[in-house]
Design a protein around this ligand. Sequence first.
Ligand code: NCD
Length: 305
Amino acid sequence: MPNILGAKDINKETLEKILARAAEMGDACEKGNVPQLLNGKIVACTFFEPSTRTRLSFEAAALKLGAQVLSVENGEVSSSAFKGETMEDTARMLSSYADIIVIRHPKSGAAEGAASVATRPVINAGDGANEHPSQALLDMFTMKKVFGRTENLKIAYMGDLLYSRPLHSILSLLAYYPGNELYFISPKELALPEEYKNFLKEKNVIFHEMNSLDGVLDKVDVLYVTRVQKERFEKVEDYEKVKDAFLLKAEHLKSIKENAIIMHALPRVNEIETAIDADPRAAYFRQAQNGLYVRMALLAYVLGL
Ligand code: NCD
C-alpha cells in the first residue's frame, strides 16, 4: 500500500510511471473516455488549510475516475480537530470510511502521522512548509510536456524558497536527471534552507544563489515564481518586510528566452503582473490544469490500478 508523503516515496521509476499515466489521463479527458477505474471507491479529501486547486483537482480527479468523494473543508473548525482530536485518531476513522486519504495540514509531518496509523493509502496534499509531492509531480509533468525532457534544464526559483513546499518536494525529483541547473533568487530571509542545499551538493546538482533577477532571466528555461507564504510567518512585521520582494513585471518579458516558460503553483498574489498572463510563456494556468491529470494518475497508482 503506497503512501505519497513526500519525494522519498517517489523513486525515479515511480515518477516516470506516474508522468506517463498522467499523459494518458490527459488524452482520455480530452477524448471523453476516462476509464472508470475507481468505480465504487471513496476518496476522502481532508483539508485543514485553505486550497482551491489542490482540493478541487483531487476531487475532480476522483470523480472523473468514477469514485465518490468525502470532502472536509476547513477541517480545523469543521471536524473534531476543533475539539482537540489528533490527526492520528482522525486518520483511523478515515481509514474505515474511505479507500484513499488525501490530507492538507498546516503542521509539518501531519500526513506522516496519519499514515503511521491509517490502513489506507495517504497522499500528502501539503504539510506546513515541509512537502507538497503532488504539486512537484505536476510541475515535473508540465516541464516534460513543454520541453519533452526533465534533464538539462536551467530552472530559476524566485521568491519564498524558505517556505515553498512545492520546491522542497521537487528538488529530489530534479536530481534524478543529469544536467539540471538551478538558480535560487530570494531575499536572504527567505533563502532555501541548508538541508536542501546540502542534499543538492550531495547529488552534484549545480545551483546558484542570488538576491536579484539581474543576469538570470535570459539564461533559464523555466522561471518559477513563488508566493511569499504569509501564513508561515510568526511575526507580521517580518512578512511585511519581504512581501513585495520580487514582482515579475511585463517589462521583464523582453529578457526572458522566447521558448522559456513562467510557472507558479498559484495562488498568485502580488508576484506576477496580470499583463503577463496573455504571453504564451505564461504557463501557470496550464500547469494547474495538468494537476488534474497528475492527480488522476496518482489516485490510480496508490490503489495499484
Ligand atoms: C501552493 C501550496 O499550497 O503550497 N499552492 C498550491 O498547492 N497550488 C503554493 C502556495 O500556496 O503559494
